[in-house]
Design a protein around this ligand. Structure first.
Ligand SMILES: [Zn+2]
Ligand SMILES: [Zn+2]
Length: 322
């Protein structure tokens, strides 16, 4: 289904350049609920699509803007922005940083310049490769045929992870389905939570910064920091943590995400008003490999409207002006 949408977009039927928002919405077969989806992953981390494929998909769905927010990688941002210019979609360069506390901090409008953030991401990528080589070795004893070179080709400039291994296995025909919890994948890896456990094991090598540090890194790259899905695992916000992160320069809270029900969204909207934070939103879209979790979720089913994106951009411009 998605590949059909992408193919249609590739054939040029959905080039959105020069269309008004109204036209975008009317053109799309199923109009998106939100015009701006600020949480989309690509192949640079564990997403199933390249930046250009994501852009084409978002255009075909009638979106006006997306933010590329790969886990601990900014490698898809330049290609994403370029594809956005080509196909008529605004692409916000972003990142989603994992922290030692376990929470995720999103960064929007990060600039492609030398900064603490880029140094940190490069070092993380090196550590992840060292760790991944050990994982490959371990999996070879179970019959894995994927070489480091194959994995490197698939990972590109991104940060290697289990989705990349899955993708190479699928491309080679070693797995029949591109889904991380297909019976064949689970039986090969011998662990139903192997993707989560990979991250837990990598986290034990203590590669990640703390949340306050993540905020400082995003600010160092001219970006605006937003706490991602703060109520995914708990019913009330940790006010002490929020006050601390707010002091560090937090700009927003992700509110409209599939990980929050209506109560959580209401609560976080109130918190945003109280702390003068900007409420953001996005689908946390990964595409292929996560179909069993995302259940045909499409970009634009969660997100924000353009006015809020303007507010966010206003804060970024202010920060970048120093
Ligand atoms: Zn996250
Ligand atoms: Zn995410």
């Amino acid at each position: 289904m998605e590949s059909t949408i992408i193919d249609t977009a590739v054939n040029g039927q959905y080039n959105n350049k020069n269309l008004s928002n109204f036209q975008r919405k009317s053109l799309a077969v199923n109009a998106p609920k939100y015009l701006c989806d600020l949480h989309v992953h690509t192949t640079a981390s564990d997403g199933g699509y390249t930046p250009e494929e994501i852009v084409r998909l978002a255009v075909s769905l009638g979106l006006e803007a997306i933010a590329i927010t790969d886990h601990d990688s900014a490698a898809s941002n330049i290609a994403g922005v370029k594809a956005g210019e080509k196909f008529g979609l605004r692409v916000i360069p972003g990142v989603e940083l994992t922290t030692v506390e376990g929470c995720h901090i999103l960064g929007y409008f990060i600039q492609p310049v030398e900064s603490g953030l880029y140094e940190y991401l490069s070092s993380l990528k090196r550590q992840s490769w060292t760790f991944m080589c050990k994982i490959l070795e371990r999996l070879r004893s179970r019959g894995l045929r994927v070489t480091e070179q194959e994995l490197a080709r698939r990972t590109g400039e991104g940060i290697p992870n289990m989705s990349h291994i899955l993708d190479v296995m699928y491309a080679r025909g070693d797995l029949a389905e591109p889904d991380f919890d297909s019976p064949a994948a689970v039986s090969f890896f011998g662990d139903p939570d192997y993707i989560v456990n990979f991250f837990i094991e990598f986290a034990r090598t203590r590669p990640f910064i703390d949340a306050a540090g993540a905020i400082r890194l995003i600010l160092s790259a001219g970006g605006v920091p937003v706490w991602a899905h703060p109520l995914q695992w708990c019913s009330d916000i940790d006010r002490e943590e929020l006050e601390k992160l707010n002091e560090e320069g937090l700009v927003g809270l992700e509110v409209i995400t599939p990980k929050h029900g209506s109560r959580a969204r209401r609560l976080l909207h109130e918190t945003c008003l109280e702390f003068d934070l900007i409420p953001t939103g996005g689908t946390d879209y990964h595409g292929r490999f996560f179909e069993s979790i995302e259940k045909s979720r499409k970009p634009g089913s969660c997100g924000i409207e353009p006015q809020l994106l303007e507010r966010l951009e206003g804060r970024a411009l202010k920060l970048q002006a120093g």
